[in-house]
Design a protein. Structure first.
Length: 219
């Protein structure tokens, strides 16, 4: 199984090249983006981040001091703006009160402990927590999203009803625990999911993985 998962990575990398993901100027921007991107496209998240940057508010304490209505207006392009305002405020309160808004303090914590800490924040689930761990803090944690489950279940590598934790364990045991590798692999999966392995009308004939899989191989 390890060799097959590695083969998929090589096929995707050779086809798409490096993805340079996550696009951000700072780890804090990644954290905010990880929450904003819940249930929306990255294009919409970028618009919200631009609004924040134009007001010179991409700072934990500045954002936390904003009134909820003003905060919601800034992030409106990302959708569910009232809900996301509450989630961002909850994260900011956690980040400021427990870690003095210091990214380095977070990065020095053990991965498992920090993951539990993030999951304790209201509105942060496994995918968001793992995105923060991997992309903002360079922790070797594989992010599972809808693209990952769709692609690998369609190719009979994961069951359709596999849990988040089971799917994550599948990748973690199949690959070397390397944050750079996990970063690139997940970004390549997203690229494949957006451009080929779509939810409806997938482009199977043109898929770079069409010859990588055979039947069987369920988790």
């Amino acid at each position: 199984m390890r060799s097959k998962v590695s083969l998929i990575y090589r096929k995707l990398y050779d086809n798409f090249g490096p993805q340079a993901w996550w696009p951000a100027d700072s780890p804090f921007e990644v954290m905010i983006g990880a929450i904003l991107t819940q249930n929306t496209s990255w294009v919409n998240v970028e618009k919200a981040l631009i609004n924040i940057k134009q007001r010179n508010l991409l700072d934990p304490r500045k954002l936390y001091k904003l009134r909820d209505k003003e905060f919601a207006r800034l992030i409106r392009p990302a959708g569910y703006y009232n809900i996301k305002t509450k989630r961002l405020k909850a994260f900011l309160n956690f980040f400021i009160s427990k870690y003095s808004a210091n990214v380095k303090k977070l990065s020095l914590l053990r991965t498992n402990y920090l993951r539990k800490e993030l999951l304790s924040v209201k509105g942060i689930g496994p995918e968001t927590a793992d995105s923060i761990l991997l992309y903002a803090l360079n922790k070797p944690v594989f992010v599972i999203d809808a693209y990952t489950l769709r692609i690998f279940s369609r190719h009979n590598q994961l069951k359709e009803d596999v849990s988040y934790d089971e799917a994550q364990e599948f990748f973690m045991r199949s690959l070397s625990r390397n944050a750079k590798l996990f970063n690139e692999y997940h970004a390549l999966i997203v690229k494949l999911g957006k451009d080929y392995c779509r939810k409806t009308k997938p482009k199977c004939r043109a898929c770079p993985l069409r010859k990588c899989f055979n039947s069987g191989g369920f988790l």
